[in-house]
Design a protein around this ligand. Structure first.
Ligand SMILES: [Fe+2]
Ligand SMILES: [Fe+2]
Length: 211
């Protein structure tokens, strides 16, 4: 049995994000009627539009002061270095944003962090970038020489796939080599307008997830 020290929270209504909005003070969704759902639909959409970008960036920003386990930079600065280098290489805005967020879940769900970023970005990016995000960690193994138990050629199972070359290029140019502090990088704020524009795209699930 799980024992929890009893400390009650006296919860108050959380303020609404907009002074013109209204609560629906019903205790279950079962009780919502058509008028309630109309309010839900309107306020929810605006809320997501206003908060999505900031919340995604906060997921990255909360890693800013993390310590390192080997590299001279942490995961936060690795992501910024990847995005900075892609921007300077004249990659598209979508590619830069995907680069910025490719390791957003690296610490919290390391084994599946590619799928984590891919799930986050899937409604807003091309299948090419979604596929790259899902597979980039396996492609990175190619650059891990002399690492015991690592199959450097694990990526070869996808050789000939339409997105193989882009994934290999991303990892080679912008991922496996962005682990060092001695390179000028742009701050997170510099990328915020780009992230906002990409996440403001009409969401679409137009392609199947690769298995
Ligand atoms: Fe990664
Ligand atoms: Fe990475």
């Amino acid at each position: 049995m799980c024992v929890v020290e009893e400390k009650r929270i006296n919860l108050q209504p959380v303020p609404l994000a907009d002074e013109d909005w209204q609560y629906v003070k019903k205790r279950t969704l079962d009780e919502y009627d058509a008028a309630d759902w109309a309010i839900w639909s309107s306020q929810r959409q605006q809320y997501f539009e206003q908060n999505k970008c900031d919340q995604v960036l906060r997921m990255l920003e909360c890693q800013k002061d993390d310590l390192s386990y080997i590299y001279t930079i942490n995961n936060y600065y690795h992501c910024l270095q990847t995005a900075t280098r892609m921007l300077r290489a004249d990659c598209t805005e979508e590619d830069v944003v995907v680069g910025l967020l490719h390791d957003i879940g690296f610490i919290t769900c390391n084994e599946t962090h590619g799928e984590f970023a891919a799930a986050l970005m899937r409604p807003y990016v091309s299948e090419r970038n979604h596929w790259m995000l899902v597979h980039h960690a396996v492609f990175q193994q190619f650059h891990c020489h002399n690492l015991q138990g690592c199959d450097r050629h694990a990526r070869d199972r996808w050789r000939g796939h339409p997105h193989f070359e882009w994934t290999a290029e991303f990892v080679a140019k912008y991922d496996q080599n962005t682990i060092s502090y001695d390179e000028e990088i742009l701050p997170l704020d510099a990328f915020k307008p780009m992230v906002s524009r990409i996440l403001s795209r009409e969401p679409s699930l137009q392609y199947d997830q690769p298995l």
